[in-house]
Ligand binder design. Sequence first.
Ligand code: SF4
Length: 248
Amino acid sequence: MSHVIPTLEAATGAEADGSIAVGGLTPLTTVDFPGRLAAVVFCQGCPWRCPYCHNPHLLRRHPRAAAKWPEVLAFLRSRTGLLDGVAFSGGEPLLQPGLGRAMAEVRLMGFQIALHTAGSGPGNLSRVLRLLQWVGFDVKAPFADYARITGVSGSGTAARESLGVLLDSGVSYEVRTTVDPTLLCSDAIRNLARDLVRLGVRRFVLQEYRPPANQPVASPETALHDQALIEWLAETFPSFEVRSATGR
Ligand code: SF4
Protein backbone atom coordinates (compact mmCIF):
# COMPACT_ATOMS: atom_id res chain seq x y z
CA MET A 1 0.00 0.00 0.00
CA SER A 2 2.80 2.43 0.68
CA HIS A 3 3.32 3.09 -3.02
CA VAL A 4 -0.44 3.57 -3.58
CA ILE A 5 -1.32 6.06 -0.85
CA PRO A 6 0.88 8.94 -2.08
CA THR A 7 -0.62 8.54 -5.56
CA LEU A 8 -4.14 8.67 -4.17
CA GLU A 9 -3.31 11.68 -2.06
CA ALA A 10 -1.94 13.49 -5.09
CA ALA A 11 -5.12 12.71 -6.97
CA THR A 12 -7.67 13.54 -4.30
CA GLY A 13 -6.35 16.07 -1.84
CA ALA A 14 -5.57 13.42 0.79
CA GLU A 15 -8.90 12.61 2.42
CA ALA A 16 -8.23 10.54 5.52
CA ASP A 17 -10.67 7.73 4.75
CA GLY A 18 -11.29 6.29 1.29
CA SER A 19 -14.27 4.19 2.31
CA ILE A 20 -17.83 5.07 1.37
CA ALA A 21 -21.18 3.98 2.80
CA VAL A 22 -22.24 1.27 0.37
CA GLY A 23 -25.97 0.67 -0.07
CA GLY A 24 -25.78 -1.75 -2.98
CA LEU A 25 -23.90 -2.93 -6.05
CA THR A 26 -25.07 -3.68 -9.59
CA PRO A 27 -22.37 -5.93 -11.05
CA LEU A 28 -23.11 -5.17 -14.71
CA THR A 29 -25.01 -2.44 -16.53
CA THR A 30 -25.05 -1.22 -20.10
CA VAL A 31 -27.24 1.85 -19.46
CA ASP A 32 -25.80 3.74 -16.49
CA PHE A 33 -22.50 4.80 -18.09
CA PRO A 34 -23.04 5.55 -21.80
CA GLY A 35 -20.96 3.43 -24.15
CA ARG A 36 -19.38 1.41 -21.35
CA LEU A 37 -19.91 -1.91 -19.62
CA ALA A 38 -19.98 -0.86 -16.00
CA ALA A 39 -20.76 -1.73 -12.42
CA VAL A 40 -22.81 0.63 -10.27
CA VAL A 41 -21.93 1.36 -6.65
CA PHE A 42 -24.89 2.80 -4.73
CA CYS A 43 -23.96 5.13 -1.88
CA GLN A 44 -26.07 5.72 1.21
CA GLY A 45 -27.26 9.13 2.27
CA CYS A 46 -29.07 12.05 0.64
CA PRO A 47 -29.90 15.48 2.09
CA TRP A 48 -33.04 15.82 -0.04
CA ARG A 49 -36.42 14.07 0.05
CA CYS A 50 -37.97 13.99 -3.43
CA PRO A 51 -41.45 12.39 -3.27
CA TYR A 52 -40.72 10.13 -6.26
CA CYS A 53 -37.38 8.83 -5.00
CA HIS A 54 -36.93 5.23 -6.10
CA ASN A 55 -34.16 4.49 -3.63
CA PRO A 56 -35.71 5.52 -0.29
CA HIS A 57 -33.73 2.77 1.43
CA LEU A 58 -30.57 4.71 0.51
CA LEU A 59 -31.56 8.06 1.98
CA ARG A 60 -30.00 7.46 5.40
CA ARG A 61 -26.46 6.34 6.14
CA HIS A 62 -26.09 3.26 8.28
CA PRO A 63 -23.06 3.00 10.57
CA ARG A 64 -21.84 -0.33 9.24
CA ALA A 65 -22.24 0.43 5.53
CA ALA A 66 -18.63 1.57 5.12
CA ALA A 67 -17.53 -1.94 6.10
CA LYS A 68 -18.77 -3.14 2.69
CA TRP A 69 -16.35 -0.96 0.71
CA PRO A 70 -13.48 -3.50 0.85
CA GLU A 71 -15.90 -6.11 -0.53
CA VAL A 72 -16.73 -3.77 -3.42
CA LEU A 73 -13.04 -3.22 -4.13
CA ALA A 74 -12.44 -6.98 -4.11
CA PHE A 75 -15.28 -7.44 -6.60
CA LEU A 76 -13.94 -4.72 -8.86
CA ARG A 77 -10.46 -6.23 -8.79
CA SER A 78 -12.02 -9.44 -10.12
CA ARG A 79 -13.56 -7.45 -13.00
CA THR A 80 -10.48 -5.65 -14.29
CA GLY A 81 -10.28 -6.19 -18.04
CA LEU A 82 -13.94 -7.24 -18.13
CA LEU A 83 -15.65 -3.95 -17.27
CA ASP A 84 -14.87 -0.51 -18.70
CA GLY A 85 -16.06 1.57 -15.81
CA VAL A 86 -17.74 2.12 -12.47
CA ALA A 87 -20.67 4.47 -11.83
CA PHE A 88 -21.11 5.95 -8.37
CA SER A 89 -24.82 6.46 -7.71
CA GLY A 90 -27.12 6.80 -4.73
CA GLY A 91 -28.53 8.35 -2.69
CA GLU A 92 -26.23 11.29 -3.25
CA PRO A 93 -22.61 10.18 -3.71
CA LEU A 94 -21.33 13.72 -3.10
CA LEU A 95 -22.23 13.28 0.59
CA GLN A 96 -19.46 10.69 1.01
CA PRO A 97 -16.39 12.24 2.64
CA GLY A 98 -14.21 9.54 1.09
CA LEU A 99 -15.65 9.75 -2.43
CA GLY A 100 -12.62 11.30 -4.12
CA ARG A 101 -10.20 8.85 -2.64
CA ALA A 102 -12.51 5.90 -3.40
CA MET A 103 -12.84 7.05 -7.01
CA ALA A 104 -9.09 7.46 -7.32
CA GLU A 105 -8.56 3.94 -6.02
CA VAL A 106 -10.98 2.61 -8.60
CA ARG A 107 -9.29 4.64 -11.35
CA LEU A 108 -5.95 3.10 -10.39
CA MET A 109 -7.47 -0.31 -11.12
CA GLY A 110 -7.97 0.91 -14.70
CA PHE A 111 -11.67 1.75 -14.63
CA GLN A 112 -13.31 4.88 -16.00
CA ILE A 113 -15.58 6.70 -13.54
CA ALA A 114 -19.14 8.01 -13.84
CA LEU A 115 -21.09 9.95 -11.24
CA HIS A 116 -24.86 10.15 -10.84
CA THR A 117 -25.68 13.23 -8.79
CA ALA A 118 -28.28 15.86 -8.07
CA GLY A 119 -25.55 18.35 -7.23
CA SER A 120 -26.30 19.01 -3.58
CA GLY A 121 -22.65 19.84 -2.87
CA PRO A 122 -20.92 22.05 -5.47
CA GLY A 123 -17.64 22.10 -3.54
CA ASN A 124 -17.55 18.32 -3.30
CA LEU A 125 -18.37 18.02 -6.99
CA SER A 126 -15.52 20.31 -7.99
CA ARG A 127 -13.09 18.19 -5.93
CA VAL A 128 -13.89 14.95 -7.82
CA LEU A 129 -14.55 16.27 -11.34
CA ARG A 130 -11.01 15.65 -12.58
CA LEU A 131 -11.49 11.94 -11.85
CA LEU A 132 -14.67 11.63 -13.94
CA GLN A 133 -15.39 10.64 -17.53
CA TRP A 134 -19.16 11.20 -17.37
CA VAL A 135 -21.82 12.74 -15.12
CA GLY A 136 -25.55 12.05 -15.08
CA PHE A 137 -26.94 15.23 -13.46
CA ASP A 138 -30.51 15.18 -12.13
CA VAL A 139 -32.37 18.48 -12.30
CA LYS A 140 -35.57 18.51 -10.27
CA ALA A 141 -37.41 21.69 -11.24
CA PRO A 142 -36.82 25.33 -12.20
CA PHE A 143 -34.08 26.31 -9.75
CA ALA A 144 -36.31 28.82 -7.95
CA ASP A 145 -38.85 26.06 -7.32
CA TYR A 146 -36.55 23.30 -6.03
CA ALA A 147 -37.74 23.19 -2.42
CA ARG A 148 -41.19 22.13 -3.57
CA ILE A 149 -39.62 18.88 -4.85
CA THR A 150 -36.66 18.34 -2.51
CA GLY A 151 -38.23 19.66 0.69
CA VAL A 152 -35.04 21.63 1.41
CA SER A 153 -34.71 25.39 1.07
CA GLY A 154 -31.60 26.51 -0.81
CA SER A 155 -31.39 23.24 -2.73
CA GLY A 156 -31.97 25.02 -6.06
CA THR A 157 -29.06 27.37 -5.42
CA ALA A 158 -26.75 24.42 -4.69
CA ALA A 159 -27.93 22.53 -7.76
CA ARG A 160 -27.48 25.53 -10.07
CA GLU A 161 -23.98 26.14 -8.74
CA SER A 162 -23.06 22.46 -9.17
CA LEU A 163 -24.34 22.41 -12.72
CA GLY A 164 -22.28 25.49 -13.51
CA VAL A 165 -19.17 23.79 -12.10
CA LEU A 166 -19.87 20.70 -14.21
CA LEU A 167 -20.43 22.67 -17.43
CA ASP A 168 -17.24 24.68 -16.88
CA SER A 169 -15.22 21.47 -16.44
CA GLY A 170 -15.80 20.08 -19.93
CA VAL A 171 -16.61 16.61 -18.53
CA SER A 172 -19.20 14.75 -20.62
CA TYR A 173 -22.65 14.82 -19.12
CA GLU A 174 -26.36 14.36 -19.43
CA VAL A 175 -28.86 16.59 -17.62
CA ARG A 176 -32.04 14.67 -16.91
CA THR A 177 -35.36 15.44 -15.28
CA THR A 178 -37.95 12.98 -14.03
CA VAL A 179 -41.45 14.06 -15.01
CA ASP A 180 -43.76 13.19 -12.13
CA PRO A 181 -47.10 14.48 -13.47
CA THR A 182 -48.21 15.53 -9.99
CA LEU A 183 -45.13 17.77 -9.60
CA LEU A 184 -44.08 19.06 -13.03
CA CYS A 185 -46.45 20.50 -15.61
CA SER A 186 -45.53 21.71 -19.11
CA ASP A 187 -45.01 25.31 -17.96
CA ALA A 188 -42.64 24.20 -15.20
CA ILE A 189 -40.62 22.18 -17.71
CA ARG A 190 -40.42 25.17 -20.06
CA ASN A 191 -39.12 27.33 -17.21
CA LEU A 192 -36.67 24.63 -16.18
CA ALA A 193 -35.43 24.33 -19.77
CA ARG A 194 -34.92 28.11 -19.96
CA ASP A 195 -32.79 27.87 -16.79
CA LEU A 196 -30.71 25.16 -18.45
CA VAL A 197 -30.27 27.11 -21.67
CA ARG A 198 -29.07 30.15 -19.71
CA LEU A 199 -26.39 27.96 -18.10
CA GLY A 200 -25.31 26.50 -21.45
CA VAL A 201 -26.69 22.96 -21.17
CA ARG A 202 -26.57 21.16 -24.52
CA ARG A 203 -27.85 17.67 -23.67
CA PHE A 204 -31.19 17.25 -21.90
CA VAL A 205 -33.29 14.15 -21.22
CA LEU A 206 -36.85 13.97 -19.90
CA GLN A 207 -37.46 10.74 -18.03
CA GLU A 208 -40.89 9.23 -17.64
CA TYR A 209 -41.97 8.84 -14.03
CA ARG A 210 -42.25 5.24 -12.93
CA PRO A 211 -44.70 4.88 -10.03
CA PRO A 212 -44.06 2.21 -7.40
CA ALA A 213 -45.53 -1.16 -8.31
CA ASN A 214 -48.53 -0.78 -6.01
CA GLN A 215 -49.49 2.73 -7.12
CA PRO A 216 -51.33 3.78 -10.28
CA VAL A 217 -50.06 6.64 -12.44
CA ALA A 218 -51.82 9.78 -11.20
CA SER A 219 -52.79 10.90 -14.69
CA PRO A 220 -52.12 9.46 -18.13
CA GLU A 221 -51.82 13.03 -19.48
CA THR A 222 -48.34 14.17 -18.56
CA ALA A 223 -46.11 16.86 -20.03
CA LEU A 224 -44.46 14.09 -22.03
CA HIS A 225 -47.66 13.98 -24.12
CA ASP A 226 -47.47 17.72 -24.83
CA GLN A 227 -46.30 17.56 -28.44
CA ALA A 228 -45.69 21.31 -28.70
CA LEU A 229 -43.44 21.15 -25.61
CA ILE A 230 -41.51 18.15 -26.89
CA GLU A 231 -40.96 19.79 -30.29
CA TRP A 232 -39.81 23.03 -28.64
CA LEU A 233 -37.33 21.13 -26.45
CA ALA A 234 -36.00 19.23 -29.48
CA GLU A 235 -35.41 22.57 -31.24
CA THR A 236 -33.95 24.20 -28.12
CA PHE A 237 -31.27 21.66 -27.18
CA PRO A 238 -28.66 20.28 -29.61
CA SER A 239 -29.26 16.88 -27.97
CA PHE A 240 -32.68 16.05 -26.52
CA GLU A 241 -34.38 12.78 -25.70
CA VAL A 242 -37.49 11.44 -24.01
CA ARG A 243 -36.70 8.30 -22.07
CA SER A 244 -39.49 5.91 -21.16
CA ALA A 245 -39.75 4.37 -17.71
CA THR A 246 -39.02 0.97 -19.20
CA GLY A 247 -36.85 1.70 -22.19
CA ARG A 248 -34.08 4.03 -20.95
S1 SF4 B 1 -31.99 13.66 -4.76
FE1 SF4 B 1 -32.16 11.57 -5.66
S2 SF4 B 1 -31.65 10.15 -3.98
FE2 SF4 B 1 -32.09 12.16 -3.04
S3 SF4 B 1 -34.27 12.05 -2.51
FE3 SF4 B 1 -34.12 13.02 -4.54
S4 SF4 B 1 -34.39 11.29 -5.99
FE4 SF4 B 1 -33.88 10.37 -3.96
